[in-house]
Write a protein that binds this ligand. Sequence first.
Ligand code: TXA
Ligand code: MG
Length: 340
Amino acid sequence: MEVNHTTKQWKIDTPEDRRLHEAADWLKDGKLVAFPTETVYGLGADARNDQAVKNIFKAKGRPADNPLIVHVGDVEAVSELVTEVPEHAKKLMETFWPGPLTIILPVGNQLASHVTAGLDTVGIRIPDHEVGRALLKAAKIPVAAPSANRSGRPSPTLAEHVITDLNGRIDGVVDGGITGVGVESTVIDCSMETPMILRPGGVTREQIEDVIGPVDVTGKLAASEQPRSPGMKYKHYAPDTAVWLVREAGNMAVIANQLKGQGKKVGYLVSLERAHEMNLEQPFILGSRENIAEITQQLYQRLREIDEHDYDVVLAESFSKEGIGEALMNRLERAASEIK
Ligand code: TXA
Ligand code: MG
């Protein structure tokens, strides 16, 4: 892959658009093509092509030990990629696919070794996005795709975020507008007897347990332990600006005043309601507190905007961890340099 070549953009609104076949051909040719999913944009490459997969790591600046999720258009494609599909995994696929759930299974021998970063498992999902899925169906190949951001940046929820991070480093972007969920898929390891959620995301723990009963959830690991999901050890999603997550609503004004007393420039990442209650000037507004899905959808875009300003500290509001709120708060906690 040469860096500094042109990145082609296809603006595509419907799954019938014939230009999707060009993008699909590019994937089959080993090129890097970013595409929309219902969670965030992914940076796709043929998951069987070693060089193409290596190029993903190079374009993103991604550590080689962090495995990629494989995206497919149909559930039939899964059996070729894995050695077995346990009963609980089948139920999850039937219930939540297409959708924001990545299922980890024992890997077969069809995929480029860099996809799994040397693990004996692979994460797979069918995205629930008309245009993204039409691309996968047209390509008819397994597509490895991490989020289409530079490593360490927030995941892209718009094609322009992809361009900001990767212009000239990838071959193309299918622009399908803003993504729906706004944070990444839930990752569940189904390669063991009791499945374990490795990353909270678009499908909630309650929804999963309704279908297959109790699951484990990764907690904090002892220093000596290897994380089950290599991605968990990297600090993700953090803006360069210090973000302080404020647990108690009442404390935000007090902390702001202390900081201002020290001559610091203070910004706010808050709901519409909080902005009104505190009468804030030019806050970063996530949306209405009554609509946690909207707040989640807007989060990464607001995090990107924070670094375009020169605040010393941005104070962020806390939200309920119920439902999609768990994924939202997981990303906010990881973006925060301090929790107050
Ligand atoms: O919503 C999403 O999942 C998006 C869209 C594009 O599909 N993709 C995404 O990929 O977020 P990425 O690469 O940014 O995050 C994948 C996460 C990483 O934390 C990685 O370590 C973990 O999934 N992962 C992938 N394969 C794994 C495996 N075999 N075992 C454990 N963890 C795995
Ligand atoms: Mg990512």
